[in-house]
Design a protein around this ligand. Sequence first.
Ligand SMILES: *[C@@H]1O[C@H](CO)[C@@H](O)[C@H](O)[C@H]1NC(C)=O
Length: 297
Amino acid sequence: MAVSFAPSSANVLFFTLFAASVLVGLVDSAKFDQYFEASWAQDHLEYDGEQLNLKLDTYSGAGFASKSKYLFGKTTVQIKLVEGDSAGTVTAFYMSSDGPKHNEFDFEFLGNTTGEPYLVQTNVYVNGVGNREERLSLWFDPTKEFHSYSIFWNQRQVVFLVDETPIRVFVNKEKEGLAFPKDQAMGVYSSIWNADDWATQGGRVKTDWTHAPFVASYKGFEINGCECPTETAAEENTNRCSSGERKYWWDQPMLSELNLHQNHQLIWVRNHHLIYDYCTDSTRFPVAPLECGHSRH
Ligand SMILES: *[C@@H]1O[C@H](CO)[C@@H](O)[C@H](O)[C@H]1NC(C)=O
């Protein structure tokens, strides 16, 4: 069904509700098993019907995956990260397609010793190529309460959000000849694992296994996207999910870029919390990657 956007009052209301839910995050959250299932070490995953815990110990980490794949939309989970000593651990929440030319949008939460701050690393892979790391500190302690982490994705942008505040935007620059991830359906994933060779203070601080198990907790699972059944041909899914008819809420013109308020939030985050940006790393990239635009001074 195509929705016309003549400004009838019903449409205005509908649109306002969507805008409110997108911006304020009022979308009702669902139960874990509505969208997800265990994907790694089922015995290290506990679910009580409300809250899900992923455990890392000397035997194994753990993970879960969406049952379906999606093209565009928004996914959110609320996470309470490992409390106390989490050094050496990484908890990840990400979307990814399959295969060597896959696309991927990553949140990686890098643990730390007790009392030292977590870092959030984000990365974007396009056609199998990543190397687009950014690192931020947070404006709260992510181990004390649940906070929401979201990936919003449409044909114009990929936005990483923390409690609905945008922390990173990957903009479609196809007009400038750069590839943008828009034709591979992606699953939604999360996992916790040991990465003490690099995660904490550059790998200098190792996991202290006397503090295991390391537990990350989840609730408020939400996926609001165009579902791509595996039995349907990829091309058919692409056509259905990226029709130009604006039949999906994430294709509304106002969501083709951040609004003014979100732009201010993004600037605030980057001024106060950005720790590392591949775009400004001239040791790694003597010539700034093309998508970095004018961000290197
Ligand atoms: C851990 O804490 C140290 C000291 O405060 C800090 O330099 C580092 O960025 C923090 N995060 C990680 C992941 O190393």
